[in-house]
Design a protein around this ligand. Structure first.
Ligand SMILES: *Cc1c(COP(=O)(O)O)cnc(C)c1O
Length: 442
């Protein structure tokens, strides 16, 4: 049994976390505890907007971003939120209002940022191992801050594009520091066997080449060692290697102004943490320590750590069934809405939204969706309060890498998304209609 469900059973108040809290609904006379997003009870959202529904707390997003800003306040830095974690325009707007720049990995993400917050273009970093000429040209014309270049071939391509457009590009090389981080193999990126970056040993020669290109301005070094890393030691290790590289480059006469730390700070999917500020503080110390005295401007690219715990996927129980003693709760969300369990064997905490029935009557169930794949599950052998058809469940910590990885598999229209701020609720993406599924087809 998970620790959080234990906590829930013993004391609801201990569940409290920014953005999502169990409390009594004032309007209802009963003593039911209901999960709220900010000041809004989730059952009201389900009733009004239907399920499955992604629900985000603006308060949680702001608080988490502020924790980051506070942790790095003593050093020159820009937070370039990683758009791929959650790219909804309203989320980007919210972050831009709080001062964020952005890390993009495609022309699509670049255009999302330009649509949501055109004034932040000068704070965009462009990452990615396979930027096409079209994408490079779009970013050059837009006037972004810096390109994180990942190979010699890409460097040549970028140089060509800048010459054609006669536009100068600031460049950093994304180096592969060859540090191991304990995370899922699909989201580890910092070892030489991964496709990302250039080996740190060949970086000096490449920088020398870059410096010769007429329209390239060497300005930084960058790194991203992977995602969902909860131990700060590998970040520190990578920064030690990067600091050495900065010194070596400066000896060669290269003007290195920026160090891009990448993203990757993990979250605790098993248990809500109330010590986020302390955790980010440790991360900040690990990252800034090796850079001390270098007069560097840090670029930070957090994604998951800002958005992950700020969202839940709200879903309703369609059916219950039992096959030879194995119990299933079939819900109306599926792997097309949230693929993390199927793709990464990710664990997500799941809670009953309304805590009515005797909480001692728990049962062990698989929570599964309607899609025709055995991989379509959200939890296996999970102990949950006994559910009935129509009951609501919240799949927690789905604000990052949830909606962005959704698809229309099984011709299922995508879920709606709402952003809650205090008492106010805004639909930030309408539910897809069946017709949306085939409008682009012949
Ligand atoms: C994915 C990615 C990020 C964000 O990672 P999180 O784990 O969400 O913080 C940052 N930078 C780059 C280059 C990435 O590919």
């Amino acid at each position: 049994m998970s620790r959080r469900n234990q906590v829930l059973r013993n004391s609801h108040s201990e569940f409290e976390r920014p953005g999502f809290v169990f409390r009594k609904e004032i309007a209802s006379r009963g003593a039911n505890l209901m999960l709220h997003c900010d000041d809004v009870p989730l059952p009201a959202l389900a009733k009004r907007y239907g399920t499955p529904l992604y629900v985000y707390s603006a308060t949680a997003v702001r608080q988490r971003l502020k924790a980051f800003e506070d942790a790095f306040r003593d050093v020159a830095h820009t937070i370039c939120y990683s758009v791929k974690a959650n790219s909804n325009l309203s989320i980007l707007r919210l972050l831009a209002k709080s001062g964020c720049g952005f890390d993009v990995v495609s022309e699509g993400e670049l255009e999302r940022v330009r649509a949501a917050a055109p004034q932040t273009v000068s704070k965009i970093v462009f990452s990615g191992v396979g930027k096409s000429s079209g994408e490079i040209n779009a970013a050059l014309k837009a006037g972004i801050l810096i390109f994180n270049v990942e190979s010699e071939s890409e460097l040549s391509r970028l140089a060509e594009c800048t010459e054609k457009l006669r536009k100068t590009a600031r460049v950093a090389l994304r180096v592969n520091p060859d540090v191991a981080a304990d995370t899922h193999p699909y989201i580890a990126t910092g070892l030489h066997k991964h496709k990302f970056g250039v080996p740190i040993a060949s970086a000096l020669a490449l920088y020398a080449r870059a410096a010769q290109a007429k329209y390239l301005k060497v300005a930084g070094v960058s790194v991203h060692i992977g995602s969902q890393i909860t131990d700060v030691a590998p970040f520190e290790e990578a920064m030690i290697r990067l600091a050495d590289l900065v010194r070596a480059l400066r000896t060669q006469g290269q003007a290195i102004e920026y160090v891009d730390v990448g993203g990757g700070l993990g979250i605790d999917y098993r248990q809500a943490r109330n010590d986020f500020a302390e955790y980010v503080g440790n991360y900040a110390r690990a990252v800034t320590g090796p850079m001390r005295g270098l007069g560097i401007h840090l670029l930070l690219e957090p994604g998951r750590s800002i958005l992950g715990p700020a969202g839940v996927l709200l879903t309703a129980v369609l059916y219950k069934k039992q096959n030879d003693g194995k119990r299933f709760v079939i819900v109306d969300a599926a792997m097309n809405d949230l693929i993390r369990p199927a793709l990464y064997h990710a664990y997500h905490e799941i809670v009953a939204v309304v805590q009515t029935r005797n909480l001692s009557s728990q049962e062990t169930v698989d929570v599964v969706g309607p899609v025709c794949e055995s991989g379509d599950f959200f939890a296996r052998d999970r102990e949950l309060p006994e559910m009935e058809e129509g009951d609501l469940l919240a799949i927690l910590d789905t604000g990052a890498y949830g909606m962005v990885l959704s698809s229309n598999y099984n011709s299922r229209p995508r879920a709606a998304e709402v952003l809650v701020s205090g008492k106010s609720v805004k639909v930030i993406r309408r539910r897809e209609k069946v017709r949306d599924l085939y409008v682009a087809e012949l």
